[in-house]
Design a protein around this ligand. Structure first.
Ligand code: PLP
Length: 283
């Protein structure tokens, strides 16, 4: 495997960053994960738009032009021979003597890009069974709209899910509303087949997969409601699912040890998953 690190393509095992990189010391960085389908990047422009936004919100300089960055992403995918998989990119505020405040202007941001294959068959088998989620109290900072590498609450929530035999943890805010998963957006389908997901204005990352699924759901003729939903409503829902570039549309069949409806993946989630694959193929 090959990784890109600050201007060089290196064997993955030699792909290291400096101990004074601010990503390492302060989680002072942002990232993107993009699906690779048949060797091309799915929805690349929207991922790079979101990267620009994350960088500007944190006042981290752009490491290179969009065209150059796109070339690096494609080159890493190509050099790793990835047809179906994921490409990961991370930008940090760079290397500087440890001090919380920003380093001197002109400090080069750090850029790392990696790619890996995914097990498409395994993912489809998982989607056919559906996954379990647990719910945990929301304990993240309010700026979850920024795709920051500062992910400790997400790490702890995901580990708690894993130890409970679940795939994902849904954060629940003080009012009982689900915000999102540790690495996914959260959705339910009501008994009258309305698709519900939290508005992107507060409490969640605006998932690229979420944006596409909203468009597809409308194109398939579903009614979509962007509004918060409670854990109680999710427990009584006809279907539930999660979305992310890593899992696309993944049916949720258990929430906190209670089956969702009959405990099998729902027809709406399954239809949206298929539609998303078609989108990925054309993207
Ligand atoms: N929410 C969180 C907290 C995430 O980390 C992610 C993806 O990693 C998502 C939502 C889904 O975003 P996307 O669909 O762009 O992968």
């Amino acid at each position: 495997r090959i990784a890109y690190v600050n201007g060089r393509y290196l064997p993955h095992r030699d792909a290291t960053v400096h101990v004074e990189d601010r990503g390492y010391q302060f989680a002072d960085g942002v990232y993107e994960v993009c699906e690779v389908w048949a060797g091309h990047l799915v929805d690349e422009a929207r991922h790079l738009d979101r990267l620009d936004r994350s960088l500007s919100e944190l006042r981290i300089p752009t490491p290179m032009t969009r065209k150059a960055l796109s070339a690096v992403l494609h080159e890493v995918v190509r050099r790793n021979g990835v047809k179906d998989g994921l490409v990961y990119l991370q930008v940090t505020r760079g290397v500087a003597r440890r001090d919380h405040a920003f380093p001197a202007p002109g400090t080069m941001p750090g850029l790392v890009v990696t790619a890996r294959r995914s097990d498409r068959g395994g993912q489809e088998a998982l989607a056919a069974r559906g996954v379990s989620v647990i719910t945990v109290p929301e304990n993240r900072w309010p700026r979850v709209d920024i795709k920051s590498t500062s992910l400790l609450p997400n790490v702890l929530a995901k580990q708690q899910a894993k130890e409970a035999g679940a795939r994902e943890a849904w954060f629940v805010d003080q009012d009982g509303f689900v915000t999102e998963g540790a690495s996914t957006n959260a959705w339910i389908v009501t008994a009258d087949r309305r698709i519900v997901t939290r508005p992107a204005e507060s409490g969640i990352l605006r998932g690229i997969t979420r944006t596409v699924v909203l468009e597809e759901a409308a194109a398939l003729g579903y009614t979509v409601e962007e509004r918060p939903f409670t854990v109680d409503e999710a427990h009584g829902a006809a279907e539930a699912f999660i979305t992310a570039a890593t899992t696309v549309v993944m049916p949720v069949v258990r929430i906190d040890d209670r089956p969702v409806a009959n405990g099998a993946p729902g027809t709406v989630a399954t239809a949206l998953r298929l539609k998303f694959h078609a989108f990925s193929a054309l993207s």
